[in-house]
Design a protein around this ligand. Sequence first.
Ligand code: ATP
Ligand code: MG
Length: 324
Amino acid sequence: MRILTGIQSSGRPHLGNILGAIKPAVDLSLQPGNDSFLFIADLHSLTSLRDGTTRREYVRAIAATWLAFGLDTNRSTFWRQSRVQEHTELYWYLNCFTPKPMLENATSFKDKSEKGLEANAGLFTYPVLQAADILLYDAEVIPVGKDQRQHIEMTRDIAGTLNRAVGEAILVLPEPRIDERLMVIPGIDGQKMSKSYNNYIDIFLPENELWKVVKKIKSDSTPLEEPKNPDTDITFQLFSLLGSDEQIQEQRSLYEAGGYGYGQAKKALYELIIQKYATERERFNYYMHENPDALETELQAGEEKARAVARQTIRRVREKLGFS
Ligand code: ATP
Ligand code: MG
């Protein structure tokens, strides 16, 4: 089956991106019989980030994260969205098949504009560009976090509308693949962890900086000596996503026994991150700092292959819409 997923270069990649999308996509991409398309959504990041130098750095960090988590460019097609112009061409065609009320109902648009992100037309039509990303490659399965469920639904609606209008199923309707356990990873403030909300945990930070972030995770004011409820605690929720069953059970008992403070719980989470991701942290540093040329080579590896597939889809659409 053909899988596809992308990450915006709107900030440093975080635990939510890794658990919600990168890790499941890499795992699927390594299964025999799967054909995977994994990309960096740098055009999408322009909706919230204007500075080019920063964007370039974020693109590098996201690419290094994919590679650190095992993406193999010999097996998967890996590229930057902006390098394949067919994304923006299909985006225009799809815009003309997208009812405005559908976009007005998009929860991510509402969330972001409520949080003070500028509500530009790019942010408003973001789901249409995303639909183009998916439909260009005839993708069947999209591994994503729960926040993307509605966008995949819109992609199906838009594709269905266009297929009906031209009288032929020229676009493939994709299915989301959402791991219920990893639906929405909370950020350090308890809201959805997001690059653009400044509430995220970047697991690749140097140790002292990582500790500073973990220390900031919101907790309640239960006194040190009293038992604590692990199920309502953000630190515990994050610990549970990373630890083994045994580690989680042990942590739960410490919370419930009392005399165990949130500072200690945060230290345990911090140490777990460092231990669990030791290899990935090393590989990330290799691509980011030790061998940037290797990173650039990997980034260019899939461009031609992506373009070749995208062109075929565009040809079908142009033909049916009378642009050929
Ligand atoms: P932005 O704030 O710029 O939208 P983001 O952190 O939401 O950034 P995206 O690039 O929009 O990240 O999303 C990339 C992928 O990561 C998507 O599949 C999305 O579902 C997943 N993802 C993002 N945040 C989380 C989260 N908190 N929990 C689980 N998955 C997430
Ligand atoms: Mg997002």
